[in-house]
Design a protein around this ligand. Structure first.
Ligand code: ADP
Ligand code: MG
Length: 567
């Protein structure tokens, strides 16, 4: 392998030449304590920055294996190191100067959630550490300024590595805290099914966020307190005793006046499928990690989804057992979202009236009298919610402040009262008796048919060039087709969307054969990520993009919104 001295010589040699001469630097170089690999060199100073990676041997990095005994602890440690390196990089960024992106140094920007990313990977066997970063190779105009790159690679970067990636220089208590929190969160997640719960919200949690554009905790918020009736006390391995609200499996209704915190609680449950960093306020809000937020999403495409559980006898005669549309209505989109979540193995649905199609949720008595059941293609969710639980084991938490209809079928009713939850099940049930449900119980619906077997499109034959473009959190574009993920609300990070793009491409090239069902395709994708890591999704292992791991449910959601998928 070449050494850092070789690189220094090379830099002197290409200094002041035309920008393309930077391409010569591609390769791996032994620095004191680590290998610096220049994986991809940008074409000009205004193009996307160059991609580098730092490889540190386990012995040098020195992280004690106890810190990453559990997979969730390893992911939390990787996340913490990405953040620490990111802080150092932010200080170093811009110190070298020039045109365009010259001097930029950056890594993934982590949000409140702890996600598995390609940015930092610790090998659990050897303890070897890889950190990926981007650097804008400096130039004046289009003339190489190798002195400035030398400053970055020989002065700024080594200092970032020293202070953020070597165990001996890090705050041990802090890292232990990260590992302990991850284990506690894992513990709660494991306890949920044993306790018959689908979520846990600890007392003292801060659920609201600072603002619509900031995911930081709101200052001065009313802390969460569980009602006595739903309180459970857990004994966490590190933190010890922790009281909080256990949301039981079954049907839970959240009611309350407008602005009393209903949606805020639901939102916290939605993102409780992920672990949160210390200080977030939702560290101990843990939800069944298969949970899916169900909402209406008119305009989405539906690809042969069997929605006959909810929709039948459409006036245009369309087959609802393999429903296809390029432009779904509110109710059909919401029905598809439910059935697709069943296909994705979800055992908890989260629904907010704010983002639901009313005609999908309920049909009141008067309307049932005027428009007879035979004239209405929609079987509202309220008529299937019990069946979902009893027959399919799928619980629902539903926010409804405007209709009492769900009082009748809910197992538990929580009222949000000035941000404090109260268990009003008994009183609400009593009141509901004065307003009996009008409709006779329905016979159970058909079992959804999940037999969808996508085929590969010829445009993705390997060897052909494919355009894959990340559009941030909101979507991804694959050969100019945009897959719209705006309403897949539990997708939290642009790097997850990017990873979904790579999942689609990987599936097109290796998995879609018209024989595998969509379920088998998604299982195969997950197996690849599990076995070989996220970077295995990429064709070129030498230059790995920044990706974050999406859940199984979001992989399904992406296939379901992929209009070009041949089904
Ligand atoms: P609802 O869905 O019941 O109408 P929201 O959940 O949208 O109410 O909350 C209304 C407002 O109250 C939001 O601006 C939210 O940030 C704020 N809020 C929610 N929970 C709390 C809390 N625990 N403490 C302080 N403010 C809160
Ligand atoms: Mg609301």
């Amino acid at each position: 392998m070449q050494t850092s001295t070789d690189l220094k010589g090379l830099l002197a040699w290409i200094d002041r030449r035309g920008y393309p001469a930077y391409k010569e630097t591609k390769g791996a170089y032994q620095f004191p304590g680590y290998v610096l690999s220049i994986d991809h060199v940008q074409g000009d100073p205004f193009a996307a920055p160059s991609k580098l990676s730092i490889h540190i041997a386990g012995k040098t990095a020195g992280f004690p294996p106890e810190l990453y005994r559990l997979p969730c602890q390893r992911i939390a440690l990787q996340d913490e190191l990405t953040r620490q390196f990111g802080r150092q990089a932010a200080q170093a960024s811009g110190q070298a100067r020039g045109s365009g992106h010259s001097g930029l140094i950056s890594v993934s920007r982590c949000g409140q959630e702890v996600l598995e990313r390609t940015a930092c990977v610790l090998d659990p066997g050897s303890g070897d550490l890889v950190l990926r970063l981007e650097v804008g190779f400096p130039a004046n105009g289009r003339t190489i300024n190798a002195r400035e790159l030398e400053k970055i690679l020989f002065d700024l970067l080594p200092r970032c590595v020293e202070s953020s990636l070597l165990y001996r220089n890090l705050d041990r208590r802090r890292l232990q805290g990260v590992a302990d929190l991850a284990e506690d969160q894992h513990f709660i997640r494991e306890q949920l099914p044993k306790l018959g719960l689908c979520a846990f919200v600890a007392d003292g949690s801060v659920l609201p966020r600072e603002s619509g554009i900031s995911q930081r905790p709101m200052k001065g918020a009313v802390p969460f307190v569980s009602p006595e009736e739903l309180a459970v006390e857990l004994d966490l391995p590190h933190r010890g005793k922790l009281r909080g609200m256990g949301v039981p499996r079954g049907i839970t209704l959240i009611v309350g006046g407008g602005y009393h915190g209903k949606s805020t609680l639901l939102k916290a449950l939605e993102v409780g499928v992920y672990d949160h960093i210390a200080g977030d306020g939702r560290e101990y809000v843990i939800t069944d990690d298969t949970a899916v937020k169900i909402r209406s999403e008119d305009g989405r495409s539906i690809r042969r989804t069997d929605i006959s559980l909810f929709i039948n006898h459409l006036p245009n005669g369309k087959d609802t057992a393999a429903f296809v549309t390029e432009d779904a209505s509110g109710s059909t989109s919401q029905a598809a979202n439910v059935v697709e979540s069943m296909e994705a193995g979800s055992t908890l649905l989260l629904i907010d009236e704010d983002t639901s199609a009313t005609n999908f949720m309920i049909r009141d008595a008067l309307m049932q009298r005027v428009i007879h059941r035979d004239m209405e293609p929609i079987t509202p969710f309220i008529d299937r919610i019990r069946e979902l639980y009893d027959r399919h084991g799928i619980s629902t938490v539903i926010v409804a402040g405007s209709s009492g209809a769900y009082f009748h079928i809910a197992d538990h009713i929580i009222q949000m009262d000035r941000y404090i939850p109260r268990d009003i099940t008994a009183r609400a049930k009593e009141e509901a008796q004065a307003y009996p449900l009008q409709s006779a119980p329905l016979a159970p619906g058909p079992l959804p048919n999940f037999d969808r077997r996508p085929q590969a499109s010829p445009e993705f034959r390997s060897g052909d060039r494919v355009k894959l473009k990340s559009l941030g959190r909101d979507g991804v574009s694959l050969n100019r087709e945009t897959i719209d993920l705006r309403y897949v609300e539990q997708l939290r990070d642009g790097e997850q969307s990017a990873a979904l793009g790579y999942c689609m491409l990987y599936a097109q090239r290796h998995l879609l054969d018209g024989r595998r069902t969509l379920r088998q395709v998604v299982e195969a994708l997950e197996a690849v990520m599990e076995r070989e890591g996220l970077s295995a999704l990429c064709e070129s292992r030498s230059s790995v993009p920044f990706l974050a791991r999406p859940r199984r449910q979001e992989i399904f959601a992406c296939f379901d919104r992929y209009r070009g998928l041949r089904l």
